[in-house]
Design a protein around this ligand. Structure first.
Ligand code: ATP
Length: 354
């Protein structure tokens, strides 16, 4: 039986509640699967700060380096002490440290859940290491600075290497889906930076002749998604555009609380829901765990592909099916208009596993 060590970073706000629910469901599903999962709970965020460490302790990073993958809860970095806010936030630090260059964010409609785009079934593939994110796009220092108190400069970084590797991820994914790739950029204005991104994505896509490929400017794409999201399959784009578009697609297909993601490199991947720590509902047992749970099953699929492990892929599919059946049966947290608590929703999913 294959064995995997999975780090668990519960995080801030609703993080501990949704992580508990997700692990409860995975443990219930695992009873039937030929998979050995070993959880390794590690501190980050407020839990680490209260223990006298930084929000992303070196010990946690060292332990994660020995894991096959990990579950990253949300962090409420805006509430951290001033010295801590000067640093890269915990997930930015892990994306940078482990070179998790591909942020993969699917969005699809759910039967019975009201949505602007219920027919949509798409995946945003976001370049995760450069672009206009100043805490990530420099080896040392920041891509932002102020020469005078009244002038701010923000540098975008675009390399052919980063564009090519994210384009390959997107093309491989599109090949396994509906074989359609859309490149999103702003090459009419950010001509050199996003122009280079577009050029490299087109060149890589030409290596996958079975794909239908088109491209849109980011502003036009936002409008197209609202009008006809169901026409799109895999969307590859730069860091900031992907961040913005994936919040849009999460809401278009129901709720941000439903939106999963993984951050993947060549060696490791981290499951991380697209939403934040939701401090407004923290501790109330009303957070939706579906986004985090879907991220965990994405991680299982990623590991399953890497280790050619059909049992782990089957475990992910079993959980996804049980969630879909529980939602179709009316189990819904308040963000979806329902009355389930996080706990009773998890129990409803477990009931579907039997
Ligand atoms: P961040 O900057 O960390 O992304 P944020 O405050 O901008 O944080 P979220 O924490 O994602 O964004 O919260 C946005 C809104 O969505 C809040 O009203 C929150 O309660 C709601 N929300 C986010 N995640 C969930 C969830 N899993 N279940 C229910 N509601 C959620």
């Amino acid at each position: 039986m294959a064995s995997y060590q999975i780090g668990v970073l519960a995080g801030d706000g609703i993080g501990p509640e949704i992580t508990r629910a997700a692990l409860l469901i995975v443990e219930a599903a695992r009873g039937r699967a030929e998979v050995d999962l070993r959880w390794r709970h590690l501190p980050m965020g407020w839990e680490a700060l209260q223990g006298g460490a930084t929000a992303m302790p070196e010990e946690t990073k060292a332990a994660l380096a020995t894991c096959d993958g990990w579950i990253m809860g949300p962090h409420d970095s805006a509430s951290y002490p001033a010295a801590e806010r000067e640093r890269r936030n915990p997930s930015g630090e892990l994306r940078h440290h482990f070179d998790l260059y591909a942020n993969i964010r699917p969005a699809h409609g759910w039967p019975g859940i009201a949505a602007v785009a219920p027919q949509a079934d798409l995946v945003i593939v976001r370049e995760n290491t450069e672009g206009f994110y100043p805490d990530r796009n420099m080896y040392v220092g920041s891509g932002e600075w102020m020469p005078t108190p009244d002038v701010a400069l923000s540098v975008g970084l675009f390399t052919r290497r980063a564009a090519r590797r994210i384009a390959h991820v997107a093309c491989r994914l599109a090949r396994s889906r509906r074989q359609r790739l859309t490149i999103v950029h702003k090459a009419n204005v950010i001509r050199l930076g996003t122009g280079l991104f577009l050029e490299e994505c087109r060149a890589v896509a030409a290596e996958y002749p079975e794909l239908r490929v088109d491209d849109y400017h980011i502003d036009a794409m936002a409008a197209h998604l609202v009008l006809r999201a169901a026409d799109f399959d895999v969307i590859v784009t730069t860091n900031m555009f992907g961040d913005i578009l994936s919040d849009l697609t999460g809401e278009l297909t129901g709720s941000l609380g439903l939106a999963p993601s993984i951050n993947a490199g060549d060696e490791r991947a981290m499951a991380q829901a697209a939403h934040g720590s939701a401090p407004d509902i923290a501790g109330q047992d009303r957070a939706n765990p579906i986004g985090l749970l879907g991220s965990v099953t994405m991680l299982f699929r990623w590991l399953a592909e890497r280790h050619a492990d059909p049992d782990l892929a089957a475990l992910g599919a079993t959980i996804d099916d049980a969630v879909a059946r529980a939602v179709a049966g009316g189990a819904r947290t308040p963000d979806l208009g329902g009355t389930s608590t996080t706990t009773t929703f998890a129990e409803a999913v477990v009931a579907q596993l039997t």
